[in-house]
Write a protein that binds this ligand. Structure first.
Ligand code: ATP
Length: 264
């Protein structure tokens, strides 16, 4: 279980440039929860992901996984519980290394440095089997340099790498936003099946309102560092994009300003 209690994060505190990125955020996620996260520009969505993954420490509050407070642990020490996929397909992989070298690296995640990074015969078999699940033929290209793959192929590989060692939590930071619609749909359905099969607690930031409603079992809306709406599955399934935008306006008192918004 992932639990956030009274998380506050300020940037440049005490200066004229002070920004409240997160203000008293308390959220609890059950194993297998698939939560879509939407909000206006600068609402704090990426900061929330960064505080959970350990890229940043909160100024106040606790991040707990399975009851253990981890907010002071550095990112690399949280990696056995948390996988993350970014918007930029280059971010989750090493482009100069081959597919199998990248997977070997993913497999050694959370283990002591230098251990188990080589590609053995047995590992190659596991890699082929796992890549096959993606259904895009990467299992036949183990020695291809990742930098030569298309954005969609790289994002599928990033997804596999982020979940290779069966983390409990998956953070998706607009991971389909840089792809064309067909590739985005492929990555979305791969995401859904991986999340379902592995029962991952998943937080997915998206600017696509239709996707935010359609995917997952809970929707969180953020504005100015706060969670302003938390929609459970029962209500989410009957929600429309215009109702969602209307709710945002009603609660926040202003229109959703998002330069990357996609309505559906
Ligand atoms: N490193 C930083 N230094 C200073 N301010 C920052 C930093 N990172 C984020 N902020 C500020 O914190 C607030 C929250 O930013 P964050 O990136 O989390 O928002 P977001 O919801 O992900 O926005 P967007 O959808 O535009 O990417 C914003 O006001 C932003 O300008």
């Amino acid at each position: 279980m992932l639990q956030l209690t009274d998380i506050t994060k300020l940037f440049n505190p005490g200066t004229s440039d002070e920004k409240i990125a997160l203000m008293n955020i308390s959220l609890q996620f059950k194993p297998g929860d698939f939560v879509t996260v939407i909000g206006s520009n600068g609402a704090g969505k990426s900061t929330l992901m960064n505080v959970i993954s350990g890229v940043m420490k909160p100024d106040l509050g606790e991040v707990r996984i399975e009851g253990n407070a981890i907010q002071q642990l550095p990112e690399y020490r949280r990696s056995r519980w948390i996988g993350r996929v970014f918007q930029d397909p280059m971010a989750g992989t090493a482009p100069r290394m081959t597919i199998e070298e990248n997977l070997a690296m993913a497999l050694s995640r959370g283990k002591k440095r230098g251990l188990g990074r080589g590609v053995t015969f047995t590992k190659r078999g596991i890699f082929r089997e796992q890549l096959q699940r993606l259904g895009i033929g990467l299992e036949n290209r183990l020695n291809a340099k990742v930098g030569l793959l298309s954005g969609g192929e790289r994002q599928a590989l990033s997804l596999l790498m982020a979940t290779f060692t069966k983390p409990q939590i998956l953070l998706l930071d607009e991971h389909t936003a840089a792809l064309d619609p067909a590739r985005a749909e492929l990555i979305t359905s791969l995401t859904e099946s991986i999340v379902r099969e592995m029962k991952l607690t998943t937080l997915m930031v998206t600017h696509n309102m239709e996707q935010a409603i359609r995917l997952g079992n809970r929707l969180i809306m953020m504005d100015k560092g706060r969670v302003i709406l938390d929609v459970p599955e029962e209500r989410k399934s009957s929600l429309t994009v215009s109702q969602l935008l209307g709710e945002f306006e009603r609660i926040s008192g202003h229109q959703l300003s998002d330069d990357r918004i996609v309505l559906g």
